[in-house]
Design a protein around this ligand. Sequence first.
Ligand SMILES: C[S@@+](CC[C@H](N)C(=O)[O-])C[C@H]1O[C@@H](n2cnc3c(N)ncnc32)[C@H](O)[C@@H]1O
Length: 260
Amino acid sequence: MNLTFGDIEETALIPLAIKASETARETPRIIDKKAKEIIDALGVDVSKYDPFFSHEGVVARTIMFRDKLNELIKKYPDALCINLGCGFDDKFSQVDNGKITWFDVDLPDQIGKRRKVYEDKERCKMLGGSALDGEWTKALPKLDMTIVVMEGVLEYFQKDQVKTCLNMLCSSFEHGYLLAELHSPLLEKYGSKHHDAVKYTNASFGWGTNSAEEYLSLEPRMSVVSEQSYNDEMKKYSIRGKIFAIIGKNFNNRLAVFKW
Ligand SMILES: C[S@@+](CC[C@H](N)C(=O)[O-])C[C@H]1O[C@@H](n2cnc3c(N)ncnc32)[C@H](O)[C@@H]1O
């Protein structure tokens, strides 16, 4: 593997470092061999990107996105699935049913780096493209149902960029679901400096919401199917997770599912 530390954007390093360290635990809640392989190959200390709450949050969201995706894939076994802003995430291998058609999409530069550690497979291919411009969608096969995953991506977009992205998805695909990570206005205001892992990066949080319903004024073709706080998963595993679910009730990120 000829990937170097500088190849990985800092915000993408956070989930990767966390998934690798969870995989190395004696009783891991999630297993991500690719993340472990990448972090081991880098050979640098990434422990600052793996503090307790971020760790628990990434584990929770990985489980929640996987379970929700599995649910939808069961309903639409031949769906076109897109991991938009995929970074180095290896979601396809967690949910593949042997039938879905999967595209890992990220900015062209990022896809170039991803190609250093992943290879295209018959039903799982990489594609350079932006969430803010639908040109890349023209290269995709036209299937009855499209399932788009945006995990850890919209958090960094401003409101007008979220609107551009939602409009692009609805105009490019006739029917679809969007599984999106949403964050609160509190995180938008204070998170960049105080978030236990993001504070080590140059990234800043974009437009935060209190409810997924706030997205609907940006794209009326969409409706909200469900919305669930990561607390629901995090509180299962530790006392700190349980306490945070009470005092940080409205603070934690959520998995929202939209449909159009
Ligand atoms: C925090 S990482 C998350 C990566 C991955 N989804 C995960 O959960 O591990 C954010 C990713 O969003 C990508 N990204 C940022 N702006 C984008 C855009 N306009 N279009 C597509 N991807 C974008 C970045 O390149 C990066 O890979």
